[in-house]
Design a protein around this ligand. Structure first.
Ligand code: KIV
Length: 257
């Protein structure tokens, strides 16, 4: 196992794994020293492009943003989401995953789903492409965004999916909006790290969309906590700039040639 993956793996049951999203070099540079994993999430579709769902995100868009993010990362493990309709069958998945790895120099790709994509995950791993799993709410195919793991059959299926994904060789699994006690059971049962989003403190690590936690993206959902109000800070700076321009205080001689 490569050292970055090993480092993350070794944190299970010891210390929490920190994962955040980045869509650009500038944000990646800021978060890199604090993160174990940086995810170029297809959430960029709604956060940056106002798409109604992540289903509209293309491979080219993911690759473009990932190239920028790559430039901002020195130490974290970089994972790139495979967007919707890029892994409908094994050959499509392999071709697109190889393109993502080759063009963005990321360390791994993330795919959403359980049973339906077992064969696809198997092929990628057989071809030495590291994979992060994603279970629970699957935004690329979700019809509703309700918590997962309330009904008994759903709980059994999710646990089975997690165990199978581990056996297939994924290096960790994102659990999105999975009920607290089920997230705990999955985390206890499997030997690879679980990374939760709306899936309780019981997971081995947590992931959030950076734009949400810094207050740049005005989203109000239960699993997001806003740790800063960057929009306010930007506004203050822009007002200062505007006033100095209007009052001819900027640019000064020192800013001019
Ligand atoms: O697309 C994304 O940002 C994600 C995380 C929220 C897990 O998949």
């Amino acid at each position: 196992m490569k050292s970055k993956f090993l480092e993350i793996f070794k944190k299970k049951n010891k210390s929490k794994i920190i994962c955040l999203t980045a869509y650009s070099k500038n944000i990646a540079q800021i978060i890199d020293k604090h993160c174990d994993i940086i995810l170029v999430g297809d959430s960029l579709g709604s956060v940056l492009y106002n798409y109604k769902s992540t289903r509209s995100v293309t491979l080219d868009t993911m690759i473009q943003h990932s190239k920028s993010v790559r430039m901002g990362i020195k130490k974290s493990l970089m994972v790139v989401d495979m967007p919707h309709n890029t892994y409908r069958n094994s050959s499509e998945a392999l071709k697109n995953a190889k393109a993502i790895i080759l063009k963005t120099k990321c360390d791994a790709v993330k795919l959403e789903g359980g049973k339906k994509i077992y064969d696809i995950i198997k092929i990628l791993i057989k071809n030495k492409i590291p994979v992060m799993g994603h279970l629970g709410i699957l935004p690329q195919s979700a019809k509703s965004f309700k918590v997962k793991g309330i009904k008994i059959t759903e709980r059994k299926n999710l646990l089975k999916d997690a165990k199978t994904l581990e056996n297939l060789g994924v290096f960790s699994i994102v659990l999105e909006c999975v009920e607290t006690s089920l997230a705990k059971e999955i985390t206890k049962t499997i030997n690879i790290p679980t990374i939760g989003i709306g899936a309780s403190v019981n997971c081995d690590g947590q992931v959030l969309v950076t734009d949400d936690l810094i207050g740049l993206n005005p989203i109000k959902v239960r699993f997001v906590k806003r740790f800063a109000n960057i929009k306010k800070q930007i506004n203050i700076a822009i007002v200062k700039f505007k006033n100095e321009v209007k009052n001819k205080k900027f640019p000064k001689k020192v800013n001019s040639y």
